[in-house]
Design a protein around this ligand. Structure first.
Ligand SMILES: Cc1ncc(COP(=O)(O)O)c(C=O)c1O
Length: 397
């Protein structure tokens, strides 16, 4: 994909990039000029701590507590860490929790970069069964658990990975009902199974925050090991590459921080200081309000262009998301959008890129889906990219 991007005129609906037009250069400039005051302490140019700046950890927690039902969340700051994007926590968690051949449960579909990482670590990835409506199929999940126990493999299940809000790639969110039931199911197990709740897109809702509370605040999850990951990359300054994590398990967080210490002994202190400045000045939420309108507008442009192309009449379907950066399209069963497919080659010829859906599905079992991102391209090019994609999709439908 990186090579294809260099082809002149190529339009990418593939990468999960944000829009340069709304990257907060003015807020960053303002923060930097305050931080670069020559009479100031200059501490932000010094090494920071492995766990991250105290003030930024406080602000990250404060941000989480702005969501309804999370105001009373009580978590010690020793279990809040700042990381190099949320990606780092995902990797470090997999590293400290798993050995080769272990089993990880993910949603169907899930974040393809994580799936690739798990495959690279020689882990077995199983999908959490879903019903037609998108809700977790608990009966099928319990059957799967039982089968693993009968096969003597239950002890190899090392964590469950959930994307709670406006997921990549499906833009689906997990209902509170599903979260509660999953909590009860996991409580009933003899061994606590760690769960990662990835909330990378939680702040990127369009009109309303998704109403479900995080696992951190649900009573059914009290005492269960949870790592909640968030990021400042998608909703703010992508290139600063700063994320954060909250864990209900002091041990899990300690183990993650131990390996982080070996890797980098702390996320860039200056990048953290910029974010801390913006958050403390209460400029962050104003910025979010602005970009929510922007991304909603872009989602609508892409959605409308695809609707007008007639794709739906030819067996393609997708849901209109309430947040995030993606449309997840399902084509007719016979359409194969996977990487070496003719569909894919035709899109390259038309100069448009997408993410083949099979990359997002454990085992790549379905090949008729695609992820389209409305994040990076300006509106005028989104329409053009949609037209190119639809021309191919109609040909293959
Ligand atoms: C679901 C999800 N989680 C985590 C990440 C990692 O983001 P970052 O490392 O920029 O915080 C991404 C990036 O696309 C993502 O889509």
């Amino acid at each position: 994909m990186a090579d294809a991007l260099n082809i002149p005129g190529m339009l990418s609906l593939a990468a999960g990039f944000t829009d340069n037009a709304v990257l907060p250069s003015e807020l960053i400039l303002e923060a930097m000029s305050a931080l670069c005051d020559p009479t100031g302490s200059k501490e932000c140019f010094q090494y920071g701590t492995n766990i991250g700046r105290f003030g930024l950890r406080e602000e990250a927690l404060r941000l989480l507590k702005t969501y309804p039902g999370e105001e009373r969340l009580d978590l010690p700051l020793s279990q809040v860490a700042i990381t190099n994007g949320s990606q780092q926590v995902l990797y470090l968690s997999a590293q400290v929790l798993c050995d080769e051949g272990d089993i990880v449960f993910v949603e169907d579909p899930s974040y393809f970069v994580l799936l690739e990482m798990l495959r690279g670590m020689n882990l077995r990835v199983l999908s959490i069964p879903r019903s037609e409506s998108g809700a977790i199929d608990f009966e099928a999940l319990e059957t799967l658990f039982s089968e693993l126990k009968v096969a003597g493999e239950w002890h190899r299940v090392k964590f469950i990975y959930l994307i709670g809000y406006f997921a990549n790639p499906s833009s689906r969110s997990l209902s509170e009902e599903d979260k509660r039931r999953l909590g009860l199911l996991l409580r009933a197990q003899k061994r606590p199974i760690p769960v990662i709740e990835d909330a990378a897109y939680r702040n990127l809702y369009f009109d309303q925050a998704y109403p479900a509370r995080s696992l951190l605040s649900l009573p059914e999850w009290a005492g269960l090991p949870v790592m909640y990951t968030g990021t400042f990359t998608k909703p703010f300054a992508t290139g600063l590459k700063v994320g954060y994590a909250f864990s209900t398990s002091a041990e899990w967080m300690q183990n993650v921080l131990c390996v982080k210490g070996h890797q980098d002994f702390g996320t860039a202190n200056f990048a953290q200081a910029i974010l801390e400045h913006v958050l403390k000045a209460d400029l962050y939420l104003t910025h979010l309000r602005r970009i929510r309108v922007h991304y909603k507008g872009k989602m609508e442009v892409l959605h409308r262009a695809l609707v007008n192309s007639g794709l739906m009449e030819h067996g393609w379907s997708w849901s209109v998301p309430g947040g995030g950066l993606y449309l997840w399209l399902t084509g007719p069963d016979h359409v194969d959008t996977s990487l070496p497919s003719n569909f894919c080659k035709a899109c390259l010829d038309e100069k448009v890129l997408y993410v083949p859906g099979d990359l997002c599905i454990a085992g790549g079992v379905r090949k008729n889906c695609v992820r389209l991102s409305f994040g990076a391209l300006p509106e005028s090019l989104l329409e053009e990219a949609a037209a190119r994609f639809a021309a191919v999709a109609l040909r293959f439908s």
